[in-house]
Design a protein around this ligand. Sequence first.
Ligand code: C2E
Ligand code: MG
Ligand code: MG
Ligand code: MG
Length: 277
Amino acid sequence: AAKSEGRGTFRIFVPEYDAKARQRRQLELDLRQALARGEFEVHYQPLVDLSANVVTGCEALLRWRHPERGMVSPADFIPVAEDTGLIGEIGEWVLKQACLEAASWPGDIHIAVNVSPVQFRSKTLALKVAAALAESGLAPERLELEITETVLIRDDEEALTVLQQLRELGVRIALDDFGTGYSSLSYLHRFPFDKIKIDRSFISDIGEPEDSSPIVQAVVHMAAARHMATTAEGVETEAQREVLRQLGCSQMQGWLFSPAIPAAKLKQLLSKQAAAA
Ligand code: C2E
Ligand code: MG
Ligand code: MG
Ligand code: MG
């Protein structure tokens, strides 16, 4: 079928594309309402120290409880939120929520919050972080911001300025999904990260035919030389944990220990740990 748009113009009408475009428009509308309707939740995934085997922090992971579609994965809606600019408001909400929640945890537990490249380039990130800290009363050193390599590709100088503003607030900065982007080792020299998160794709290949242990080892060594900690993402097996521990990786995160869980459940886990200590 073809649809004419005014005199002499034709648009080829491909049903699949149209269905996709419509779905996306609907998703955008739904996203706009989700904040107002309180459909977002922050879940928390424990970060576990590999030598002491205790939870030392948590990553805030956004969840959307859609009234009809059920839980929607962030992988499905974050890109749309980024394209439409809605990520600014959503990200600010996550930041506030996570800081408020973390302020009620034992004082040595930190909170990691994902920051979209769109937020990073918005010029107001440092202000919003400062506001979230002030409102929650959370000590700055307990907040860790996770950024991805994509923020570093363009405009080194501007990225460096933002990182320094954040550093001045006293928050920590982690490089997320390391190894998946375009960043080269030179970034690790130029930018003052506190932590490198080694992407799950490398962790899942540990002990497999394409054994990625040498890569993980190289990253851990390099990070240590620069006084940066390392977190292994997506640890699912005891064998992976053991290799990571032997390689000197600082921290792990993954289903082996716990998936992301609701705030109340996380709090129970933390008080159990505190009672056992
Ligand atoms: P990420 O920041 O790399 O988060 C880690 C992802 O790995 C999470 O997926 C987590 O649930 C998943 N994961 C953890 N352990 C395991 C494991 O053992 N096995 C496997 N297969 N997966 C594991 P999730 O929650 O679906 O989030 C996906 C991505 O969405 C995140 O990747 C992050 O990039 C983005 N995201 C989530 N929440 C936010 C947010 O509040 N703001 C922004 N900007 N992005 C967010
Ligand atoms: Mg992350
Ligand atoms: Mg990650
Ligand atoms: Mg990852």
